[in-house]
Design a protein. Sequence first.
Length: 130
Amino acid sequence: LALRRQLVERLGGTPEALRDLSVSLDNVGQVARAQGDWQQAGAAYSESLALRRQLVERLGGTPEALEDLCLSLLNVASVSSDSNALKAEGRAIAEGLISRYGETDRHTELLAALQDDNSDLPETETNLPT
């Protein structure tokens, strides 16, 4: 994680470096969540969510950036007391992706996870079809 942060600083916050940092933060959150450390998981997921919101702004809402944002909303919802609002935001984004780009496996899986009140997150982002 420290190396990713250094890369962001050295590369001037390129979209690739920011996304890599957000993925690293999600991984930290997953480990903390698995260990029952909800506070650390929430902090890591929230920082990742902030980066992904920034990337959507900078990249103009590319499908990949929006998919990542949906996943971050789902991650934060998994450890938040405000999960309904987060999932509703994610559902709206996923529905927009489906409307605009068609029903891909990834979009459908994200939407299903965001609609399921008892959903569990994929263990890693790579579990989602690309």
